[in-house]
Design a protein around this ligand. Sequence first.
Ligand SMILES: Nc1ncnc2c1ncn2[C@@H]1O[C@H](COP(=O)(O)OP(=O)(O)OP(=O)(O)O)[C@@H](O)[C@H]1O
Ligand SMILES: Nc1ccn([C@H]2C[C@H](O)[C@@H](COP(=O)(O)O)O2)c(=O)n1
Length: 212
Amino acid sequence: MIVTIDGVAASGKSSVASGVASALSIPYVSSGLLYRAATLLALEAGTSLSDAPALLSLLGAAPLRLEPLAGGNRIYLDTPDCPRELTADAHTSAVDAGVSALAQLPQLREWVNARLRALTPPFVAEGRDMGTAVFPQARAKFFLVASPRVRALRRVKERVGDVEAVEQALIARDEQDQLQSHPAADAQIIDTSDLDLAGVIAAVMAGLQERA
Ligand SMILES: Nc1ncnc2c1ncn2[C@@H]1O[C@H](COP(=O)(O)OP(=O)(O)OP(=O)(O)O)[C@@H](O)[C@H]1O
Ligand SMILES: Nc1ccn([C@H]2C[C@H](O)[C@@H](COP(=O)(O)O)O2)c(=O)n1
């Protein structure tokens, strides 16, 4: 069984996917973390975020390991002489600012998608295009939305920042990601603006029950 939870930036995908995965006692997979880790490595190496061959060469030599832990995905660089966890560094404003450029490259999307499709179900997969491009056969598909202001208020609770600036950055990232960020025709769209986290998880679980 595969459940997909897609949505716009900071709509609650990871938190909801984690809660649903825990309720189902299965792992969840954060596709965004793979794009973020690739962007982080590129920024650190000084590799252009639009140079697909150079990025693939960099990633081909990087022993990345994604741990789809129900409590929160973590990603590691298993370099023999200097193993390192990348999760926190992959969630910075610098990565936020660059990740969409890398994510627009078809070769990088295929690099991510091949890693995702190699996973053994059951799992919850969250991102932008899990229910459309990556797992169109998923048993249940959900797409989260929320107003930019609500998303910005949530984001500044976890990362210090100016709400106005964060809101504008989220709107910009929505526009940059729009090509791959649209709900599948058979996805249930959930507006989380007026729901707390438990309420969104309950809505997804109810949707799963309807598809049982
Ligand atoms: N319905 C909700 N009500 C209140 N807070 C929420 C809700 N959903 C998520 N949050 C909080 O909002 C923040 C962003 O959520 P989360 O990281 O899950 O979003 P995301 O869509 O995965 O973000 P990104 O696109 O950056 O990966 C987190 O602090 C999370 O706890
Ligand atoms: N399936 C996906 C997941 C993510 N992306 C891109 C777009 C986002 O800006 C970026 C980071 O994702 P997030 O951690 O914010 O969910 O990666 C994508 O294009 N497709």
